[in-house]
Structures are given as structure tokens and as C-alpha cells.
Design a protein around this ligand. Structure first.
Ligand code: ADP
Ligand code: AMP
Length: 221
């Protein structure tokens, strides 16, 4: 059966969340953002949130076993049957290997890994002006993708805020963590023959065209 089990790979601020929402709207498959799930847990003050908070504020990775556990549970949900878009997971080799095991247990596989390439200076610029909706998670950029009314989400009227970990100093730390722990996954998926590179420095529409082009070839080989 045709499936669309996708991973969006790339540094923080590359545009993974932005493209994940575009794919979700077009193909009707859910975006699974570990960052969003962890932020929700922190906001609600759950046990998980209490454990994750310190790592997130410092721009460090939350320990593998915690993140793997939440993804494993999420992938079992019914809405993942026809496919899913992993955004921000896996971020370490141990997470990638665990994901392979989880997929094997479920009789599934990852169909494509889309690697969004953006250099550090551009990432810093993007994140400095990122605003996120508190209510629905929509992503804006004050210059490249501004909301129609300042501080208010176009989609749901929710309040826009700046993430605590979006300060320049923390962004640079997150980028270092990406280089060390996550970038090696490019090679991991290249070897499996499922890696597709896109030029993330184009504007949102330009990146969208590249991404949708890859996905249309997957669905109509
Ligand atoms: P990630 O999920 O990879 O951390 P986001 O999708 O949140 O990245 O995007 C980071 C910021 O950059 C947001 O403010 C978003 O509006 C903006 N952005 C995303 N894609 C592009 C693009 N292609 N060109 C310019 N800005 C972009
Ligand atoms: P993101 O929203 O993807 O930018 O993630 C925000 C923060 O959540 C990261 O800086 C990490 O602290 C944590 N996080 C999200 N996903 C993962 C993951 N797969 N592994 C470890 N930590 C994660």
C-alpha cells in the first residue's frame, strides 16, 4: 500500500515546521513535532514537562529515552495509519535506530527523509523574528511571513509569542547541538537511499515547490 511516512531533517529554524504544515494540509497526514509535544508538556506542567524543561531552556537535547517514548506512543495513534510527518525527530543516531525498530515492530517503513539545507547565519535571522501562535502553533516571521494584524494569529485569532529558546545565544547552542548530534543522520539516511535534499534558502513558496515535487514523485513513481 502507498504510504507517506516522512521525516523532515534540518537545523533549528530551517523551515521544517512551516513545510510540515504545508504537507499536512495537502496530504492530510499529521505533523508530529516533538518540540511542540514537549512544549505542551512544559506548559501543562506534567511530569514529562518537568523533566524536559531544563534541557529545552538551555538549547540541549532532551534525553533519548524520553523522546523515543513519546514518539512511539504517538505513532500508534489511528491518524498515523496513512502516513505522518516527523518534524524534529530523530535528532540523534540512537533515536534514528529506535525509530527503525519501532517501524519494524509496526510493519512500516520510512519512505523519505527531506533534508532542508540552511546555513547558520540564515537560521539565526529566521529564528530571531519567528513568532508562534500560543493557541494553534501556526508559525510566522515578522519580515518573511508576517501576520495580518500584529501579535495575532491569522488562522485562529490566538496570541503570538516568541519562544523562550529563540534568543540568539540559545539558537547558536541549538545549532552546535544540531551539527554534532543530528547532522550525522544525513549520511545514515543517504546510505539507506531515502534522503532528498532541498535548498532551504529559497523563500517559503520556493521550498514548498521543491518539497511537493519530491512527494509527487514518491506518490507517482
Ligand atoms: P523549524 O521548524 O525548522 O525550526 P520554522 O518552520 O519554525 O523552522 O521556521 C523558522 C522561521 O523561519 C519562522 O519564523 C518561519 O516563518 C521562517 N521561515 C520558514 N521557512 C522560510 C523560508 N523558506 N524563507 C524565509 N523564512 C522562512
Ligand atoms: P524544536 O521545536 O524542534 O526546535 O525543539 C525545541 C527543543 O525541544 C529542542 O531544542 C530540544 O531541547 C527539545 N527536542 C525536540 N525534539 C527533540 C528530540 N527529537 N530529541 C531531543 N530533544 C528534542
Amino acid at each position: 500500500m502507498f504510504s507517506m511516512n516522512l521525516i523532515l531533517l534540518g537545523p533549528p529554524g530551517a523551515g521544517k515546521g512551516t513545510q510540515a504544515k504545508i504537507i499536512m494540509d495537502k496530504y492530510g497526514i499529521p505533523q508530529i513535532s516533538t518540540g511542540d509535544m514537549l512544549r505542551e508538556a512544559v506548559a501543562k506542567g506534567t511530569e514529562l514537562g518537568k523533566k524536559a524543561k531544563k534541557y529545552m531552556t538551555e538549547g540541549k537535547l532532551v534525553p533519548d529515552e524520553i523522546v523515543i517514548g513519546i514518539v512511539k506512543e504517538r505513532l500508534k495513534q489511528k491518524d498515523c495509519e496513512k502516513g505522518f510527518i516527523l518534524d524534529g525527530f530523530p535528532r540523534t543516531l540512537a533515536q534514528a535506530e529506535a525509530l527503525d525498530r519501532i517501524m519494524g515492530e509496526m510493519g512500516k517503513k520510512i519512505d523519505a527523509v527531506i533534508n532542508v539545507n540552511v546555513p547558520e547565519e540564515e537560521v539565526v535571522k529566521r529564528i530571531a523574528y519567528r513568532r508562534t501562535c500560543k493557541n494553534c502553533g501556526a508559525i510566522y516571521h515578522l519580515i518573511y511571513n508576517p501576520p495580518k494584524r500584529p501579535g495575532i494569529c491569522d488562522k485562529c485569532g490566538g496570541e503570538l509569542y516568541q519562544r523562550e529558546d529563540d534568543k540568539e545565544e540559545t539558537v547558536r547552542e541549538r545549532y552546535r547541538v544540531y551539527k554534532k548530534n543530528t547532522e550525522p543522520l544525513i549520511e545514515y539516511y543517504k546510505k539507506k537511499g531515502i534522503l532528498f535534499d532541498v535548498d532551504g534558502t529559497k523563500d517559503i513558496e520556493g521550498v514548498k515547490r521543491e518539497v511537493l515535487d519530491i512527494l509527487s514523485k514518491l506518490s507517482h513513481p
